[in-house]
Design a protein. Sequence first.
Length: 581
Amino acid sequence: MLLDPTALEGQTPLEVGFLPEGVLPGDDWVGLFTAPPTHPTYPGKTFEVTQADQRKVLAPRARFEITAPSNAFPATAGVENQLWLHKRGGNKLDWYQYQAGVWVLVYTTDETDNKLPVVTLDVSVGAITLGQKVTLNATASDPDGSIIVVEFYQGQLQIGRATSPPYAIEYKPTAVGGFTFTAKATDSQGAASVSAPKNISVVAANQVPTLVTLNVPVTTLALGGTLPLTAVVTAGTYGVDEVTFFDGATPLNDPVLTAPYAFDWKPTTPGNHALTAKVLDLDGNTTISSVVNIFVTAAPATSTITTSLSASSVVAGQSVVLKVAATAPSGVDSVEFLIDGNSLGLKTVKEASGLYELVYTPATAGTKVFTARALDNNGETITAGGKNITVTAANLAPVVTAFSATTATSIAAGGTVTVQATATDSDGTVASIRIYDGAALVGTITGASGSTTTSALAAGNHTLTAKAYDGTAEGAAFGTTILVTATAPLPTYSHFLAADNNGGTGLDGMVLATEGPRKLEFNQKSTTADPQVLTITDGGVTSYVNWSGDYKGDSGAWYDGAGVRHEFAFPNPAADFTLSY
């Protein structure tokens, strides 16, 4: 019986007993007992369990019995000489009362065998010179557990080990010849697998240097062009580790590790450049090629084009200015403006700003992509990248749906009218409904519906309209208007006096009423045809009326305090008469 102490470390020794005769580890039933086992204990295999140890995983198909020194364990009390049995289950332990004061801890494991770990081995090179190192890299995994250790072997000799990824070591052979390496992985249940072997050759060092030559196809290059660099390497004793290309002391590339040793160089500055290739061998020695001088000329003029916007966010129906800056060595023939790939038109002349410009008015909401394409005088085109224009939907003004008066619309001057109205807004909220008398605001209803009383209305005719407002836009007036007539009160005359400028005895009159239709009664005393002046005083305001003739068919007029004109005629022959208005 084997018991792995590492799985139960830190425990107090207890007694380990054997299974009774006739009970094999592979049997389905552990056993049936009526008395304690009398077999001798197995020396040296001791461990401790605690009350917290409810389950443990052991080796496959194993059976263990461990007798506790006391009954201070969390198990159901039993009776002395109680019969018990335990059917093999999945990797677990259970406490059983074997007899009074004696408890047995039974471990049971699955019948399934442990799956072996999987391990592969790679070596960094297949041949090295004596004195060089080789790197051994192992990849290990376990399908039903974990990897405890990976050991590396040269033949039967262990040359290193790793307990955690990456499983790798470096090894420096001490003799020439062929060497075979393997990796051995051990899992958490003690099972081990060995990788397929890897062979390398170790040759003697004869100190032959590695040589390098830099080849280039041309020695003159225009800025912006590309020059292929190639290093021709002759391997020496220590082979080739890497090749790097330099412009003076500046490396141009990441090291090239395998042939062909080449790199495409694109210079960023004009002028002379001193290029070399440096090779590093596997022993750390370097060799530098002869210098190759390359002259880089200035880059030729190229066409350019950029785009910009007067605004990157607008409301549908608003305009945005699309702007393009374009140049070409042969001159710019035209610039085409495009939205979402669709042409808006061409411009051939720059604006005063020095840019090609086009006014664009989006009709719908969404993200519009502005691009531009310039055509030069040689027929070549160049396109500018897109600029996004965010277009939001235009605000729709609210609409009044009902408007009416709730009080009389024929009022005295200075009076008011109460109106009610309702409005809706298809893309927002109605903030208020405004009531207008012509262009003058005379009342406001807060919200989408309600009523309000107008401000005082002067004498005359008034046309009331209603318009809804959403905080941003005011809608059109409702189709139905309210007509209001405000009538001025008729003047009240406290005294009336008419004088005859021609020496006549004058006219007498008096107010017969202060309400409703009024009439003035006059006694005509003069028959003179000379001009007459009628003087009327109303509340301290004096008005004058001129007339002439012999009064027959003649007429005059006077104005009351409200500015209303009144006409009358004097009859002939002279007699008492009545003037009405």
